[in-house]
Design a protein around this ligand. Structure first.
Ligand code: RAM
Length: 922
């Protein structure tokens, strides 16, 4: 009898072991946040992985609960078949006791330029071990300047077709033939085509990237792209073709040298490294054996003005072997741009989405207006058939005039026109290469037939990032604002975050992204882009410490204010908190320190006040839309309160970050300065009536959000904020970019989420709903975009989003990081009258987090998913903890849930990974 029991036990144990074992799986292996990246050029990249208990990620997949990693082991090898413990020839980390599964710094043998590395990981958890993960890989770029074997080629001069006065050049074409003498094992192209390039091999375009590489200040730093072209190359004859467009290299407005930075004529440095199967290698590199011409079909191009393409000038077969190149010129050696070379680690820009026109309407004079139903950035690809020499043009605009004509005044002098001249050889399909426009409407002229909707495709062009989140609620307006925000954000990512995609500006203004970048991160994985942009800002920093308002500083604005340059630290802070990557802080700390001290020395008076400011609460709404009618919105109201409050907040961040980044020597200095500034600020700006400064909404929001308000005054100031919104503004905001950055979260933190909700769901002026009521399909630059003068009035700008999207996720869905990277999550959805359900997901670096709640007057239901290797503290609105059930059982009694306490009418629990389904009575 005894023996029998023993055997039974053993069997049971075995079954449960196997079951657990199979449930811990690993997926989404990433090197420096990208999956299988090409051309990493850092000596110690970081590796991350996700654990899950099911198929991985989405709701319903986290079957096993409370999984915590206890150890890991990483193997790196030079070939996939060496990825076993005994054979891994590059790195075997050994089994390390650690819960860390993100940003694991590579510590193996020195990584070599151009090599490809394969890696795998195994983890141990409290619930069993994983097997070795499916291998991932990354390839190294060129680590050293000397790895570049070729020389810069180009033509440092104008050609006949160049339109110097327009700031538009004809594209430069380069070609080179070569022979692969042996069977090819692998081939990789490393390319810097300035300003923009397209690479062809044997007539085929390489890669899906467009508008590449990412723009930078080329005198400081240049991004190269690494492209695997192994499948293109067989033993035998080949040809490389490269087209170069202006991009940001040859400035679009040459006539404004006081403002615009220009870099010269297009130029190229590339090399193609071919490894043969016998182990030997050969490098095809740019030199003066290449041939070039500026007399090709792209007769003029730049971003603002568009492209002029004459298909009659196409050179058939120019990027294939055997092309008759005698009319082409010998490529000239040209000066290198000056910047260091770095692999582009941010995602390439691509045609991410296409949309069909909704309507095509005939207009007088043989013209047509295409309406895509959506304001977006990109271009139109079209099919056309007609006689040789027919000139077809598309002019773009965001909206129409009452007459039905395009409204183009707000583009300022951007010509925003693409022109195609037919070669007359049957159906011709064309899209521009080196331009993009921000538009909803396109006016077609010169079309030789009857254009059909199906001949036109709107191509949305932006950085090919992973989607991080979704959001839906019971409120249709909130959902529509979310959609508009998605289009606005997507339209303004172009290898850097620009302010707008349509007028003659399109600049990466720092102030537009201070907080918006954070909200954007809930929709798009913008980590690599913003890391790159922080680099752009650091490169733009002057010797003395000054940081510009635009970076890369294509427009040279070094106006010395706090709020725009302060974005360096705000965005670094955001990346650290959202992704847990401490390296971001380490990298940016010195630049922030230098700039803060620069500002303090020059602009802080003895009373601790910084009066120097440039923009004030930029684009705050005029009292009524009517009052703002025809008024230019570019009016500056510098504010010492804003400058000083921001400065204080930045110093507070530095106090924390000095310790985290190994700069402890600064901690006390910053801490003391913060204490002094807080006193000074209150002395100067606090009014005993219970408000700050001029008692604008923004003047009061900043001190509250930044923690500047003395304890005794907190209630008064909070009451004043509510009074301004309820009584003065009749439930509306009255904030510009600065105030809107902190509006929704401040209101929520003072217990007035209801007011935040009221503001967010307004349809009257000024509000996001008002924009939509007046036809916005993205987010406007101005609250009164419908009445303001066209001079500075974009219909596709993200800055007015402020902290709205953060609020959607953190406060409506209740998904918020409590520890960097969402290692700890706090879930506390706000309940307010009128909002009955929210369903949101967010893909964190640990995996998918989801929150889907709904409620009636008497009950609350909540389904959540928590990724493995994280924990969450959740707050459930309820009558009492006893009323809460999880999957039909009492939550208080469930052993995977830890009841913490009641906080008002909420029950707080702690739990680990898994899918949970809560129900309770209200
Ligand atoms: C305008 C735009 C831009 C803003 C600057 C200060 O050019 O509104 O978004 O940052 O002004």
């Amino acid at each position: 009898m005894k023996l029998k029991i023993n055997i039974l036990l053993l069997v049971l144990l075995m079954i449960s072991c196997t079951a657990v074992f199979a449930q811990v799986s690993l997926h989404n292996l990433r090197c420096e946040l990208l999956q299988n990246p090409q051309g990493i050029d850092m000596p110690n990249p970081a590796l991350s992985w996700e654990l899950s208990s099911g198929a991985g990620g989405a709701r319903g997949d986290y079957r096993e609960r409370n999984i915590q990693q206890t150890a890991y082991q990483v193997l790196v090898a030079s070939a996939p078949d060496l990825l076993t413990e005994g054979k891994a020839d590059v790195w075997n980390s050994g089994k390390l006791s650690s819960s860390a599964s993100i940003h694991i710094i590579y510590k193996g043998s020195a990584l070599k330029s151009k090599n490809k590395y394969y890696w795998t990981v195994k983890v141990w958890t409290n619930k069993g071990d994983s097997v070795w993960s499916k291998p991932a890989s990354w390839s190294m770029g060129l680590l050293h300047y000397k790895d570049w074997e070729g020389r810069w080629i180009g033509f440092d001069r104008f050609f006949a077709n160049d339109k110097e006065s327009e700031g538009r050049l004809s594209a430069r074409y380069f070609r080179k033939e070569f022979t692969a003498t042996r069977p090819v094992a692998s081939a990789t192209a490393y390319i810097m085509g300035m300003g923009l390039y397209e690479l062809y091999i044997d007539g085929k375009k390489i890669g899906e990237q467009v508008l590449a590489p990412a723009p930078t200040d080329y005198t400081k730093n240049i991004k190269y792209n690494t492209l695997d072209v192994t499948t293109q190359l067989k033993q035998g004859k080949h040809a490389i073709g490269v087209i170069l467009g202006n991009g940001r290299f040859f400035a679009m407005r040459q006539a404004k040298p006081y403002k615009v930075k220009t870099f010269g004529f297009p130029k190229l440095l590339m090399q193609l490294v071919i490894r043969y199967t016998d182990g030997s290698t050969t490098v095809i590199k740019t030199d003066d054996s290449w041939k070039g011409t500026a007399d090709g079909p792209i007769m003029a191009n730049n971003e603002y003005d568009g492209e002029l393409y004459d298909a009659r000038k196409e050179f058939k077969g120019w990027s294939e072997p055997g092309y008759e190149e005698s009319k082409w010129l010998k490529a000239a050696y040209v000066q290198e741009p000056g910047g260091t070379y770095e692999a582009q680690l941010n995602e390439p820009v691509k045609v991410v989405k296409t949309i069909a026109p909704l309507t095509i309407v005939k207009r007088p004079g043989g013209k047509y207006i295409l309406d895509f139903g959506q304001n977006f950035a990109g271009w139109v690809r079209f099919n056309v058939k007609g006689p040789r020499g027919t000139v077809v043009s598309l002019r773009f605009a965001e909206s129409l005039q009452a007459s039905g004509e395009l409204f183009r005044t707000n583009l300022r002098d951007a010509r925003a026109t693409d022109t195609y001249i037919l070669k007359g050889e049957g159906m011709e399909t064309w899209a521009p290469r080196f331009t993009y426009q921000g538009f909803r409407y396109a006016e077609l002229s010169g079309h030789p037939g009857t254009p059909k909707k199906s001949d036109f495709t709107g191509c949305l062009v932006f950085d090919d990032m992973q989607t991080t989140g979704s959001f839906e609620s019971s409120n249709a307006l909130l959902n529509q604002i979310f959609k508009n925000a998605w289009w606005g954000i997507a339209s303004n990512y172009k290898g850097m975050p620009v302010d707008c995609p349509q007028r003659n500006e399109r600049q990466p203004w720092l102030g537009d992204r201070t907080i918006s970048a954070y909200g954007e991160s809930f929709l798009f994985d913008n980590t690599a882009l913003y890391k790159k942009w922080l680099g752009d800002i650091r490169y733009a920093q002057k010797e003395d410490g000054a940081i510009p308002d635009v970076a890369p500083a294509f427009w040279r604005y070094y106006s010395d204010n706090v709020s725009w340059p302060g974005t360096l630290l705000f965005v670094a802070d955001m990346l650290y908190r959202q992704t847990g990557d401490l390296a971001v802080l380490q990298k940016n700390y010195p630049a922030a320190k230098k700039w803060l001290s620069y500002m303090q020395t020059r602009y802080m008076n003895e009373e601790g006040i910084i009066s120097k400011d440039s923009y004030g609460d930029w684009c705050a709404p005029p009292l009524t839309a009517e009052a703002g009618k025809g008024v230019n919105a570019d009016q500056k109201h510098p504010s010492a309160l804003i400058a000083t409050a921001y400065y204080y907040q930045l110093i507070k961040m530095m106090t924390t970050y000095s310790g985290l980044t190994g700069n402890e020597q600064d901690s006390t200095l910053y801490a003391d300065l913060a204490i002094k500034l807080r006193k000074d600020f209150n002395r100067k700006f606090y009014n005993d009536q219970g408000y700050y400064g001029g008692n604008t909404l923004t003047d009061n929001l900043l001190p509250v959000y930044f923690g500047l308000v003395e304890e005794v005054n907190k209630t008064k100031v909070a009451r004043e904020i509510a009074r301004i919104i309820e009584e003065k503004n009749n439930g509306h905001l009255s904030t510009g970019v600065i105030g809107t950055n902190f509006l929704m979260r401040t209101l929520t933190s003072i217990g007035r989420a209801d007011l935040a909700y009221r503001i967010a769901t307004q349809k009257t002026y000024p509000s996001w709903g008002y924009m939509i009521e007046n036809g916005a399909t993205a987010i406007w630059e101005l609250w009164n975009g419908d009445t303001a003068a066209p001079k500075m009035n974009s219909q596709n700008h993200v800055m007015m989003l402020g902290d709205l999207l953060i609020w959607y996720y953190e406060n409506l869905a209740g998904i918020k990081a409590a520890a960097p990277g969402f290692k700890e999550i706090v879930m506390r959805p706000e309940m307010m009258k009128g909002l009955d359900s929210v369903n949101a997901t967010y893909r964190s670096v640990y995996g998918m987090i989801s929150s889907s709640w709904s409620r009636s007057s008497t009950s609350f239901k909540w389904e959540i998913s928590i990724p493995a290797n994280t924990t969450a503290r959740i707050s459930i609105p309820t009558k009492s903890a006893e009323h809460v059930t999880e999957s039909g059982r009492s939550a208080r009694k469930a052993k995977e849930l830890k009841f913490i306490q009641m906080e008002g009418n909420r029950a707080v629990f702690e739990l680990g990974s898994g899918d949970y389904s809560f129900t309770t009575e209200l």
